[in-house]
Design a protein around this ligand. Structure first.
Ligand code: 8X3
Length: 250
C-alpha cells in the first residue's frame, strides 16, 4: 500500500522539491500552504504520478490548522509522513532595532505553527501505531549569528522540539528526523529581505549554493530507511560552506 505524506509549505522551495521527489517514489501527497493557486499548480504537475490533495491554511492560525486537517477524508487521515517544512526568516537586524512584527512572524510560524500542525497529526499517527515526522530546522538552529538571533532562536526551538518529539513518540513507533540545511537557494532570502532582489541574490553569489532538491534527497533517504533505523539528525551545508556564516566565495 502506498504511503501518505503531508507537507507544509508545499508550494515552493524545499516543500515543493520534496513533493516532487515523493511523487516519483509513489508517495501520495497532502500539499499544504497559504496559496491555493500555487498548490494547485504543484498538484496538477504531480497528480498523474500519485494521489494528491491540497489544504489551504496558514500554520500560524491555530483554528485553521485544526479545522483543515480535521476536514480530511478518512482515507487521507492515515498519514504516514509529516514534513514540517513551513517557516521563514523575516527581516535581519539587531535585537535593539529589530521589528517586533518580524519576530512574531518567525516565532508564530517556525515554532508555534510547527507545534499546531504536529498536535493535529500526532494523534492520527498514534492511532496507527506508526509514522515519521521530519522537522525542517536550519544550521541557524545550531549556530547563532548576529542580526539573526530571533530566527536562530526559532530554529533552535525546532531542534529541541525534534528531540522532545523523539523522546515521546519513539515508544509508539513514530520516528522523528531533524533536518538542518545551510545556504539553500530558494525564496528564503527574498522573503527575509522583504522582496529586495539584489540583496537576496547576493546571498548566493560566488559559490554553488544548495538547491531545494538536495534537501529533498536527504528527506527521502530518511523516510525510506528500514524500520530498524532512525535518522535522527541531518545537517547539510553547501559544498563551499563550513559554518552558518562562513562561505568560501570565489
Ligand atoms: C537558512 C540558513 O544560514 O541563512 O535557514 O540562516 S541561514
Amino acid at each position: 500500500m502506498s504511503r501518505i505524506a503531508l507537507i507544509t509549505g508545499a508550494s515552493s522551495g524545499i516543500g515543493k522539491a520534496t513533493a516532487e521527489l515523493f511523487a516519483g517514489a509513489g508517495i501520495d501527497l497532502i500539499l499544504c500552504g497559504r496559496r491555493q493557486e500555487r498548490l494547485n499548480e504543484v498538484a496538477a504537475e504531480l497528480s498523474d504520478k500519485v494521489k494528491v490533495t491540497t489544504l489551504v491554511f496558514d500554520v500560524r492560525d491555530k483554528g485553521a490548522v485544526k479545522a483543515m486537517i480535521g476536514s480530511l477524508a478518512d482515507d487521507w487521515k492515515n498519514i504516514d509522513i509529516l514534513i514540517n517544512n513551513a517557516g521563514n526568516a523575516h527581516g535581519m537586524g539587531s535585537l535593539d532595532e529589530g521589528d517586533t512584527d518580524d519576530w512574531d512572524a518567525m516565532i508564530d510560524g517556525n515554532v508555534k505553527g510547527l507545534l499546531y500542525v504536529s498536535k493535529a497529526i500526532i494523534p492520527l499517527m498514534l492511532e496507527n501505531g506508526s509514522g515519521h515526522i521530519v522537522n525542517i530546522s536550519s544550521i541557524a538552529g545550531k549556530q547563532t549569528y548576529a542580526n539573526g538571533a530571533v530566527y536562530c532562536a526559532s530554529k533552535a526551538a525546532v531542534e529541541v522540539l525534534s528531540e522532545g518529539m523523539r523522546l515521546e513518540l519513539t515508544q509508539h513507533g513514530i520516528k522523528v528526523t531533524n533536518v538542518a540545511p545551510g545556504a539553500v537557494e530558494t525564496e528564503f532570502s527574498l522573503v527575509r529581505f522583504k522582496g529586495d532582489e539584489a540583496r537576496a541574490e547576493k546571498v548566493y553569489q560566488g559559490f554553488d549554493p544548495l538547491q531545494a532538491a538536495d534537501i529533498a534527497d536527504a528527506i527521502l533517504y530518511a523516510v525510506n530507511a528500514p524500520s530498524r533505523v532512525t535518522i535522527a539528525d541531518i545537517t547539510i551545508l553547501a559544498g563551499a560552506q563550513s559554518a552558518a556564516t562562513v562561505i568560501h566565495r570565489k
